[in-house]
Design a protein around this ligand. Structure first.
Ligand code: FAD
Ligand code: DHB
Length: 395
């Protein structure tokens, strides 16, 4: 097969890239290891920042988001005895939207269907070749067991943190940075109306907790747990009791309503950046190039921002034979990546405590001091608002 861009991975980065390229008259073929049903059902991110929403609207993907998405003006930050609202809309005139990654993925799938996009789900043995030449290619075995090859002008590595694209860049050609955190998140989805109008991020001596949501009838919660936590040790009662204590059930008359848990998982927390986000004719986007801990709600938004820069760069390279934007892609994307890496690290280290281990009392005082400053100073709150609601894509 021959196409302009071979895209490895049909997550948000891969499908959005194929969509944006098609709008610029650039063809692509997408290869994905999982089934479409699996990709569309994966429970992951839930918050879209302002620039993500604007981009999705501008490329014709905003209709259902505008009908069903829930704009939020800000978030609550709390610690025992206190809850404060940080109002992004008032501070910086920007909002965030509750719209699950599952919905973004389904909208992208429907748009690519309508355009007749070629996507090979359930591919195996996906391998990248000849990246240092102007005719790279991808080989794989398709769902019917046929060995196939895609010749392209460029390859987009949108295959997340475990895909073959990052690994295809030789060690001598890349630099990486990594931070692992000494805690994980236990995430649940519950069939119950949210007990809050906007998200609550809670600092608590037992560990961080987050009350999020997916709709008027579905709530999403996260609890800080130790690394290596076994889900079997967390009964429904233990989860709800932990959430009630950390989120402040009973505080100023606020009540947490529990409900049936429909999904649960444990997520490790990691920061990772690889540079450059390019090797020859391979361009990396999204989790393939960088991972952030989820506390700042940045992973999905960063993947969208990368692709928003990469699509015009590949269009210029392929249609106009202009390598300028492609050469500038990695540095431009990495500026935003490092900003979001810092913000995600900052939110994470401000809100996670020693948990069951007790933690360092000095750290706990610093965290509460920082929370008090962020929620009481306009300068502090504005910094958080700018980063959380999202800086412009070209930041
Ligand atoms: P992905 O969505 O990972 O897509 C990559 C795709 O490549 C996948 O479909 C994968 O199957 C495919 N692939 C892998 N290997 C191959 C191969 N060999 N060949 C072809 N295809 C391949 N972010 C938040 O902001 N908030 C959250 O709450 C949150 N929760 C998360 C929970 C989990 C369990 C995970 C893993 C991530 C979470 N994230 C969250 C991060 C966010 O979901 C990601 O940043 C986002 O999905 C990145 O999109 P992507 O397209 O770059 O990568
Ligand atoms: C969600 C996840 C996050 O990491 C976050 O910071 C906010 C919301 C969510 O899944 O709803």
């Amino acid at each position: 097969m021959r196409t302009h861009v071979a895209i490895v991975g049909a997550g948000p980065a891969g499908l959005l890239l194929s969509h944006l390229l098609a709008q610029d008259g650039v063809d692509s073929i997408v290869v994905e290891t999982r089934t479409r049903a699996y990709v569309e059902a994966r429970i992951r991110a839930g918050i879209l920042e302002n620039s993500t929403v604007e981009l999705l609207r501008s490329c014709g993907l905003g209709d259902r988001l505008d009908r069903e998405g829930d704009p939020h003006r800000g978030i609550y930050l709390q610690w025992p005895g206190e809850r404060h609202h940080v109002n992004f809309a008032d501070l910086i005139d920007r909002k965030v939207w509750i719209y699950g990654q599952t919905e973004v993925q389904r909208d992208l799938g429907a748009a690519r269907d309508a355009a007749g996009q070629q996507i090979h789900y359930e591919a195996t043995d996906v391998a990248l070749h000849d990246l240092g030449t102007e005719q790279p290619h991808v080989t794989f075995t398709d769902a019917d067991g046929r060995a196939l090859r895609i010749d392209a002008d460029a390859i987009a590595g949108c295959d997340g943190s475990f895909g073959p694209s990052r690994a295809a860049v030789p060690d001598l050609a890349k630099q990486t940075w990594e931070r692992t955190y000494p805690y994980s998140w236990l995430g649940i989805l519950a069939d119950v109306a949210p007990s809050t109008d906007e998200l609550i991020y809670a600092w608590h001596p037992d560990g961080f907790a987050l009350h999020s949501m997916r709709s008027a009838r579905v709530s999403r919660f996260y609890l800080q747990v130790p690394n290596g936590t076994d889900l079997a040790d967390w009964s429904d009662d233990r989860i709800w009791d932990g959430l009630a204590a950390r989120l402040g059930h009973g505080q100023d008359g606020w009540a947490l309503t529990p409900g049936p848990i429909t999904d649960r998982s444990v997520l490790p927390m990691r920061s990772f950046v690889m540079a450059p986000m390019r090797h020859g004719r391979l361009f990396l986007a999204g989790d393939a190039a960088h991972i952030v801990p989820p506390t700042g709600a940045k992973g999905l938004n960063l993947a969208v921002a990368d692709v928003a820069l990469l699509a015009p760069a590949l269009t210029a390279l392929i249609r106009k034979k202009d390598p300028g934007p492609a050469d500038a892609y990695s540095d431009a994307a990495l500026r935003r990546v490092w900003r979001c890496t810092h913000f995600s690290w900052w939110m994470t280290t401000m809100l996670h405590t020693g948990g069951a281990d007790g933690g360092d009392p000095f750290d706990a005082e610093l965290q509460q001091s920082q929370l008090r400053w962020v929620t009481s100073s306009t300068a502090g709150a504005t910094g958080l608002a700018e980063n959380y609601a999202g800086l412009p894509i070209e930041f």
